[in-house]
Write a protein that binds this ligand. Structure first.
Ligand SMILES: *Cc1c(COP(=O)(O)O)cnc(C)c1O
Length: 212
């Protein structure tokens, strides 16, 4: 897969081990018949942005394929927290107290521990989900102290019309000062750049599956 070659090259350029970067193949809108060959090629981590769509597509795919991991990369509503904790191994979109509360409850109830990322709105775009950079430290602290959530990293989606590098750098800086090790950043257009800036999880859709 071309994406795999490019990730390996970006890791080499950044003097990072390939194993420090997880490729999340974003399969949203694609049907199982498009996903099966990608699993067959060895890809194990997949991303979906809607709980309902993932619930319709993935349980059957996962049942017969141990080792496949599913990440929620899109917005989560509190009333879907239960299903999200059942289905996903990681949630990249923790961005408000009501979600923290709902997730904390389900994590205890189900005794499941999905990897959790706080989503930042580094471009402070009004239409976009995520915590504003200036509120990030306090929000991360409240996830831990008030809700007992074990936050592992930060996620960002830079504005489409801007260079992504300042957004990657800011996300990495906020993660470092909060002791967070994981960085979910970089998509089809900019995953190699994100790896330079420390991404541990790149979310790549169209470069793998084609146009949506
Ligand atoms: C769709 C999506 C991606 C993948 O985007 P591509 O440009 O197709 O690689 C990554 N992250 C999020 C949050 C998405 O919704």
């Amino acid at each position: 897969m071309a994406v795999e070659v490019e990730i390996a090259r970006a890791c080499k350029d950044a003097r990072r081990e390939r194993s420090t970067v997880t490729l999340i193949a974003v399969s949203k809108t694609f049907e199982p018949d498009a996903i099966v060959p990608v699993i067959g090629a060895g890809q194990r981590v997949f991303g979906e942005n809607r709980v309902q769509e993932a619930k319709a597509k993935w349980p059957d795919l996962i049942a017969s394929r141990p080792g496949v991991e599913l990440h929620l990369i899109g917005p989560l509503q509190s009333n879907k927290a239960k299903e999200a904790v059942v289905l996903f191994d990681a949630i990249h979109s923790v961005d408000r107290p009501s979600i923290c509360e709902a997730l904390a409850k389900e994590i205890v109830k189900q005794d499941r521990r999905p990897l959790l990322f706080v989503q930042l709105n580094t471009g402070e775009e009004p239409q976009k989900a995520g915590i504003a950079p200036q509120d990030a430290d306090a929000f991360i602290a409240s996830c831990r102290d008030k809700y007992g959530l074990d936050i592992s990293g930060l996620m960002c989606i830079p504005p489409v019309d801007e260079a992504p590098t300042p957004h990657f750098a800011l996300t990495a800086k906020i993660a470092a000062r909060n002791g967070l090790k994981l960085l979910s950043m970089g998509m089809s257009a900019d995953f190699a750049t994100a790896i330079q800036f420390g991404a541990t999880h790149v979310r790549v859709g169209s470069a793998i599956f084609g146009h949506r």
